[in-house]
Design a protein around this ligand. Structure first.
Ligand code: SAH
Ligand code: SF4
Ligand code: F3S
Length: 475
């Protein structure tokens, strides 16, 4: 099996927007029922929550064919690397891990190593993996349900098995899942991205936007409620575009109203594109008790010319209007963002517009990145005159501002009682436990009562730090 298709060009990728997408229902092939019997697996997951959710599906599929999760990755008979291609440093990490695995295969010739996710969707990465690394199975983002076939073939042929599809194909329903948490769950509501921001590789690695049916999503959330789950995070690269491809008069805001009725206690969602954040979604945030008062709304830049070349399709002013409207409807909301510095030819003045926007928007957190050139994207062809040193210096100045925002976002809860969904013991010291508040603030509190895990408790905030809050359990 060898099926590697080049990463589509911008034109090809855009043309694919008109393909018909079908829903397929996963069913195990009985031939593979005992394929993994007596064997252990381990999955390393990099990148976004989309990859984490995909890893849970692959784990579910592996367990259905007999594999068990290894407590220690060194004991595994099958190791999968679910990779990310968003920035060069994400890829560098994975090359490093692949290098280390070479030694592991020398010690254990029966070890199967698979690499999947977004990196194999880039043809150049796949060629490099095939030619330079000891990897048995290579597959991409569109065929994780073929995993048993790929493993079977790798065992039978002892040759490298490569299957990377350039076409996104269908929506997979009913796949088994091994969820990492027993109280918080990822729920994909859509796959892919049609935005084509000029710096971003995701539309090429994940394909066009495809929304799951609302009934399938609602059923999944009801099932999670029945199994004791407290929180769902709705996933998509641009959740606000939910439903557009289905051609129905049913939007993301409608979905939030419907999911609020399922009995789930907490709903979060990520990621939102500012252009598609509409009034109905904001109203749902105001009206639905289960929709948490936190929004991650990546702005990327505060400069209108840069936003335009990034193809973000909104301006600094439009972004601020949306934030202000949201604050009017949900006054207590916490807003976080993503920002890229050093987009090709970004000037000091343009960078200052980003700092201005940070102050205006009052972000309580931000993921900040230096622009990374991604082959095949439109921005990769732009000539860039901004020196790397200057980009690093801008990043540091930006981080200073965003760190202040993190701290202020915690200080405003001092003396207040917050509701925390308890995740487990805290790494912040002995005798402490932790979880996230409704506003998505990491909160530590004194307790050793592990029966609190998965419960929502009241915590009075007594200390505010940059990265977390500390408080005391109360009634
Ligand atoms: N779909 C989401 C997240 C995409 S990836 C969204 O649109 O917001 C997460 C973040 O990575 C992006 O928000 C962006 O800030 C950053 N990113 C994407 N491509 C990048 C690149 N080439 N260089 C640096 N940062 C990048
Ligand atoms: Fe990338 Fe833009 Fe799509 Fe986000 S919206 S995944 S940044 S193309
Ligand atoms: Fe990375 Fe792919 Fe997610 S490139 S950020 S794992 S969609």
């Amino acid at each position: 099996m060898k099926n590697v298709k080049a990463m589509p060009s911008l034109k090809e990728a855009k043309l694919r927007r008109n393909l018909d997408i079908e829903t397929i229902h996963y069913k195990m092939n009985n031939k593979y029922q005992n394929l993994g019997k007596g064997k252990l697996y381990y999955i390393y997951t990099y990148g976004c929550q989309g990859n984490e959710a995909d890893s849970e599906v692959m784990a579910g599929i592996l367990e259905e064919i007999g594999y068990k999760l290894a407590d220690n990755p060194l004991d595994a008979d099958l190791v999968l690397l679910n990779t990310c291609a968003i920035r060069e440093n994400a890829e560098q990490r994975i090359w490093g891990v692949l290098g280390q695995l070479k030694g592991r295969k020398r010690d254990n010739p029966d070890l199967l190593v698979g690499i999947c996710g977004c990196m194999p969707q880039e043809e150049s990465a796949t060629e490099k993996i095939i030619n330079s690394y000891d990897v048995d199975i290579i597959f991409g983002t569109h065929n994780r349900d073929h995993l048993p076939d790929l493993i079977y073939e790798a065992y039978m042929t002892k040759a490298k098995v490569v299957e990377v599809l350039s076409n996104e194909g269908n929506i997979l329903e009913d796949a088994p899942k091994h969820r990492a948490s027993t109280h918080k769950a990822w729920v994909n509501i859509m796959y892919g991205c049609d935005e084509f921001c000029t710096y971003c590789i995701v539309p090429y690695t994940r394909g066009r936007e495809r929304s799951r049916s609302k009934d399938a999503i609602i059923e999944e959330v009801k099932d999670l409620v029945a199994h004791g789950y407290k929180e769902v995070t709705l996933l998509g690269q641009n959740v606000n575009a939910y439903g557009k491809d289905l051609g129905l008069d049913y939007t993301f805001g409608d979905l939030l109203y419907d999911l609020d009725k399922t009995g789930i206690e907490r709903i979060r969602y990520t990621t939102s594109h500012p252009r598609d954040l509409d009034l109905k979604t904001m109203e749902a945030m105001r009206d639905c008790k289960s929709v948490m008062p936190h929004l991650h709304l990546p702005v990327q830049s505060g400069d209108n010319d840069i936003l335009k070349i990034m193809n973000r399709k909104y301006t600094h002013e439009v972004y601020m209007e949306k934030i202000n409207k949201l604050r009017e409807l949900v006054p207590d909301i916490s807003i976080t963002t993503d920002i890229i510095v050093g987009f090709p030819n970004e000037t000091e003045e343009q960078f200052l517009h980003t700092l201005d926007l940070c102050h205006e928007a009052g972000f309580e957190g931000a993921f900040t990145f230096i622009y990374s050139k991604r082959e095949g994207t439109p921005a990769a062809r732009m000539i860039d005159n901004t020196p790397e040193e200057e980009k690093k210096e801008r990043l540091n100045r930006l981080i200073e501002v965003t760190n202040e925002g993190y701290l202020k976002g915690h200080e405003r809860f001092l003396g207040r009682v917050v509701k925390v969904l308890v995740d487990g013991e805290s790494k912040n010291g002995e005798g402490m436990m932790c979880g996230y508040s409704e506003h998505n603030k990491l909160t530590h509190f004194k307790s050793t009562d592990t029966s609190l895990v998965g419960k929502i408790v009241n915590v009075k905030v007594t200390e505010a730090k940059t990265w977390f809050m500390i408080g005391e359990l109360c009634e």
